[in-house]
Design a protein around this ligand. Structure first.
Ligand code: NAD
Ligand code: MG
Length: 394
């Protein structure tokens, strides 16, 4: 069993598929797959486990264990199910672990991988928003490393290579503006699930696509950048860049700006994290400036994107506000997907949840253990659901 030991959590999703694509292109023997996980798609999970000859495949939904067992019968691949089985698989010794589960559900497996000393390729931005100081401290304590996979954060990480963070004047996070960026603002309230589930540039999971339309995705990313790079909130600027060619940039005190450019393909960021600290060829379309012609930028309108204002509020509040923000956002998104609230009600629901919990003294300080984070996450979800229900009744 030679090869670099890797695991992919959230393998059946958009980031997971792109990771699988890169891993399966490598020469035989390059990688040895320890674990793969998926939410509910047993057929795809089993096919990936077989193709990668993984040691274990884990499905999040426990009722699907018999189906996974049947799909893996005779292969020698272990089948497991449930959230604790995912964390157990993440704690198995590995060199490189992809964290690509969507939502706060990705936090515990990521923590388990870091505790086991793995390098964590972190697509799951919710981990840093929910428990930034804890996850960074866990990496430091166990000698693990976090490599950002969110395209913006990968871009910033690359722009910072060999630089001193003290030389940074500001970080420029680019945003495509999402699927509704050209809608008149007064029409946004009537945006349907279908309207919000289409993205002009990136093919991604449905949840992050809707979050791009509402800019909750960019709000999470602003907090993610603050946590990961340790800059102050006022050093983070968001700019709308509809073509998604500049994936983000860093402005230094000497006036120089280093930007990462490329075609909008997540395999740039995943591949960089996979091969880091090397740069190896990737199957991405080359960017041709002359064909591209031009790229454009504009400032975001905060009235149009209340999520960006809320991100500032969350960073000012500190403590566990990020955990509440993310949990409330996940509930709001569930409600929108279920058709229970409108598109603009999502930011209203998140703000109302933050307000309601602002006096809760459990939230004042950043959490130092996973249990406290998960407790606040639950409190925030319960509160957000209650707020949503009271709104539906009124
Ligand atoms: P996705 O919905 O396509 O895939 C999510 C994966 O997690 C799937 O394997 C799904 O089965 C699994 N999953 C869902 N709920 C789960 C649960 N409760 N427990 C365990 N597994 C569960 O999502 P995606 O677009 O691939 O995004 C994954 C993560 O990467 C998110 O945190 C997202 O914000 C981040 N990200 C994605 C992109 C992108 O281009 N897709 C870009 C940057 C960051
Ligand atoms: Mg991103």
């Amino acid at each position: 069993m030679s090869g670099r030991r890797i695991s992919i959590f959230g393998a059946t999703g958009s980031i997971g598929e792109s990771t699988f694509d890169l891993v399966t292109r490598a020469a035989p023997g390059t990688y040895h797959t320890v674990a793969v996980s998926g939410g509910r798609n047993v057929a795809r999970l089993a096919a990936m486990a077989k193709a990668l000859q993984a040691e274990v495949a884990v499905v999040a939904d426990e009722t699907l264990l018999p189906a996974l067992r049947a799909a893996l019968a005779g292969t020698g691949i272990e089948a497991a199910a449930g959230t604790s089985a995912i964390s157990e698989a993440a704690s198995r010794p590995a060199d490189w672990v992809m964290s690509a589960i969507v939502g706060a559900a990705g936090l515990a497996p990521g923590m388990a991988a870091l505790t086991a000393g793995a390098t964590l390729a972190l697509a799951n931005k919710e981990s840093l928003v929910t428990a930034g100081p804890l996850i960074l401290a866990t990496a430091a304590k166990h000698g693990g490393r976090i490599l950002p996979v969110d395209s913006e954060h990968s871009a910033i990480f690359q722009a910072l290579a060999g630089e001193d963070i003290a030389a940074v004047e500001r970080i420029i996070l680019t945003a495509s503006g999402g699927g509704l960026r050209d809608w008149p603002v007064e029409k946004l309230a009537s945006a349907t699930l279908k309207d919000a589930s289409a993205h002009p540039n990136w093919a991604m999971g449905q949840r992050i696509t809707i979050d791009s339309a509402s800019m909750f995705n960019k709000a999470l990313e602003v907090i993610e950048a603050k946590e990961f790079f340790g800059v102050s909130p006022d050093q983070i600027e968001v700019v709308i860049h509809p073509e998604s060619i500049i994936h983000s940039a860093v402005a230094f005190h000497d006036g120089a700006i280093m930007a990462h450019m490329g075609t909008p393909d997540m395999r740039h960021a995943i591949g960089y994290a996979l091969h880091w600290p090397q740069r190896l060829p990737l199957p991405v379309k080359p960017l041709d400036f002359a064909t591209l012609g031009r790229i454009t930028f504009r400032a975001p309108d905060l009235d149009r994107y209340p999520a960006l204002r809320l991100a500032r509020q969350v960073m000012e509040t500190g403590g566990m506000a990020g955990c509440v923000f993310n949990a409330a956002k996940e509930v709001a998104l569930d409600c929108f997907i279920a058709g229970n609230i409108g598109f603009l009600d999502m930011s209203w629901l998140v703000e109302a949840t933050l307000d309601r919990l602002s006096a809760d003294n459990r939230l004042g300080k950043a959490a130092t253990n996973l249990e406290d984070v998960l407790e606040v996450d639950q409190v925030a979800r319960t509160t957000a659901r209650a707020v949503a229900l009271s709104r539906a009744r009124s």
